[in-house]
Design a protein around this ligand. Structure first.
Ligand code: IMP
Ligand code: MG
Length: 175
């Protein structure tokens, strides 16, 4: 697949925003311990950069889900790797790469709430607000996005482009 893309959010902007979000998280969870759950694969770079700015005690866990095939959401969410940690009574922060329709975050919220954490907050690098229309409570948002397909900084198109150090918008793709 050949695609063209253009940088939308630079490395510097991402770094600056992560600093702001981590400052907020450090304040909000002051005096508490936090379990951060990284939603694989897309959130791996965001989580890695975010946790290095967190000053409170944290445990980092992973869950892997998928719903997309290329640029189309299949709608059905598949858990590829289940959460292994016990989150009962823990303060949990779920870290996502992007919230589009909100189906994934809705699914994960119900899944995690059923394990009775002390609290559950959502942090996402990107939010396609026009798509999910603010139906879901998102506590920390890196950047609001248009509905264009985004790649880079962990986000993929058919498994590729995760390694781009910035966030780009796909402007043209041909199969
Ligand atoms: P949702 O369930 O529609 O909110 O989609 C959430 C998941 O779809 C995200 O965690 C991403 O993995 C993927 N996704 C949605 N939009 C994009 C995009 O623009 N680029 C890359 N992945 C996306
Ligand atoms: Mg994802």
């Amino acid at each position: 697949m050949t695609i063209q893309y253009q940088c939308k959010i630079s490395q510097n902007k991402i770094k600056h925003r992560i600093k702001e979000i981590s400052t907020q998280i450090n304040q909000d969870f002051h005096g508490k311990e936090l379990t951060i759950i990284c939603v694989l694969k897309g959130a791996f770079i965001f989580t890695a950069d975010l946790v290095r700015m967190i000053k409170i005690p944290v445990k980092i866990e992973f869950i892997s889900v998928s719903s997309y095939d290329g640029m189309i959401s299949s709608g059905a969410i598949r858990v590829n790797k289940a959460l292994t940690a016990d989150i009962k009574g823990k303060h949990v922060l779920l870290v996502e790469d992007i919230i589009d329709s909100g189906h994934t975050i809705d699914y994960l919220t119900h899944l995690l709430e059923s394990q009775h954490p002390a609290s559950l907050r959502i942090c996402t690098l990107l939010s396609k607000t026009a798509s999910h229309k603010n139906k879901y409570k998102i506590d920390y948002i890196g950047f609001e996005m248009t509905n264009d397909f985004a790649i880079g900084y962990g986000l993929d198109l058919n498994g590729q482009y995760r390694e781009l150090p910035f966030i780009a918008q796909v402007i043209n793709s041909q199969s």
